[in-house]
Design a protein around this ligand. Structure first.
Ligand SMILES: NC(=O)c1ccc[n+]([C@@H]2O[C@H](COP(=O)([O-])OP(=O)(O)OC[C@H]3O[C@@H](n4cnc5c(N)ncnc54)[C@H](OP(=O)(O)O)[C@@H]3O)[C@@H](O)[C@H]2O)c1
Length: 305
């Protein structure tokens, strides 16, 4: 890599849980594979992303690993997250699923290891034992869940209090105020996936109006909304270098309380990702009278926490 292609300093904005420091904005790699994935992750690291999200089922861990190895970013600066479905997590020896991921990633450890979906297969006690083993072995610095409703999270935490993260679908059209409040009380970070609902959250007129007023893109407004909330980080997908850059720049402006309050009115409880094994989401059923209540999403006192 030529000198002018050296990685940029990371943006120093983080959330904390159980010893892990999570950048507020990460790059989500689902649907990126092979060399296209490798090049995008390498570029993401070069321009300043320090949180990379992958999963065994994305079929791109090897490409992510190659990108990390090729980047000149010290491994200690990168927060690497991967996930295993319950059937993988529970198969074989206690840390086998994670060890297979580490081989593909060519990494000695990951920073976050998540159980991808709670479902009928997810024998909760055994699954939590496996996450605990991943952590105790040092192969994962921290562990967590993805797609866990509050009830599952609470049962999981009673067995494994060290759960650091719940990675769930969340965006302006699916704001999940009750889940956000529960996670905050529990000290668990909400890692928002599909943070723009693949662009649908950038479409409403109030988002476009704010974009015009602030001189940002509507996509940046939809992403920025996450970044001003305590205990929330977002992993944004991008299919091009331009999108990577544009999304990263959502760290560089502020919305403020009035804009955050107006964006709170856009909640429709609209979930865009479903699986036949997905859990029931009681938190989706937001009482109509609670919608659009100003200040429900209290902006963080300090976006650095
Ligand atoms: N744990 C889970 O079960 C789970 C489930 C889903 C996702 N995830 C994670 O969350 C990450 C993000 O989710 P996602 O990629 O589905 O959704 P997203 O981040 O809401 O949307 C990404 C898509 O939005 C478009 N986009 C990105 N930046 C843009 C910009 N600046 N301007 C205009 N359009 C832009 C691109 O669409 P085009 O491709 O059309 O250009 C991109 O593919 C995934 O990569 C994955 O890591 C986790």
């Amino acid at each position: 890599m030529p000198a002018d292609r050296a990685p940029r300093e990371p943006r120093a904005r983080f959330a904390h849980a159980h010893g892990v420091r999570l950048p507020l904005l990460g790059y989500g790699t689902s649907r990126r594979r092979g060399d296209a994935c490798r090049l995008l992750v390498e570029e993401a690291l070069r321009i300043g992303y320090r949180l990379i999200d992958t999963a065994e089922v994305y079929d791109n861990e090897a490409a992510v690993g190659r990108a990390i190895a090729a980047s000149r970013v010290p491994r200690g600066e990168i927060v690497l997250c991967t996930k295993a479905h319950p059937q993988r997590l529970l198969a074989g020896a206690p840390t086998e699923a994670l060890e297979r991921s580490l081989e593909r990633l060519r990494a000695p450890f990951v920073d976050l290891f998540l159980m991808h979906w709670p479902c009928a297969l997810a024998d909760l006690p055994r699954a939590m034992e496996r996450l605990a083993a991943a952590r105790e072995s040092g192969l994962a610095r921290a562990v967590g869940l993805a797609n866990a409703p509050a009830s599952f999270l609470s049962a999981a935490r009673s067995r494994l209090p060290e759960i650091a993260v719940d990675q769930v679908e969340r965006h302006l059209l699916l704001q999940q105020p009750r889940l956000v409040a529960t996670l905050r009380r529990s000290g668990v970070i909400l890692m928002a996936y599909r943070p723009t609902a693949r662009g649908a959250a950038a479409a409403p007129e109030p988002v476009r109006t704010l974009a015009r007023t602030l001189g940002q893109s509507a996509h940046q407004i939809a992403l920025r909304w996450h970044l001003e909330q305590r205990g929330v980080v977002a992993i944004a997908g991008a299919s091009s270098v331009e999108q990577l850059r544009e999304n990263l720049a959502s760290l560089d402006f502020a919305l403020g309380a009035a804009a955050m309050a107006s964006l709170a009115t856009l909640d429709e409880g609209r979930r865009t990702l479903s699986r036949d094994y997905a859990p029931d989401w009681p938190e989706d059923r937001v009482p109509p009278q609670a919608r659009g209540v100003r200040g429900r999403h209290e902006p963080s006192a300090s976006p650095k926490e």
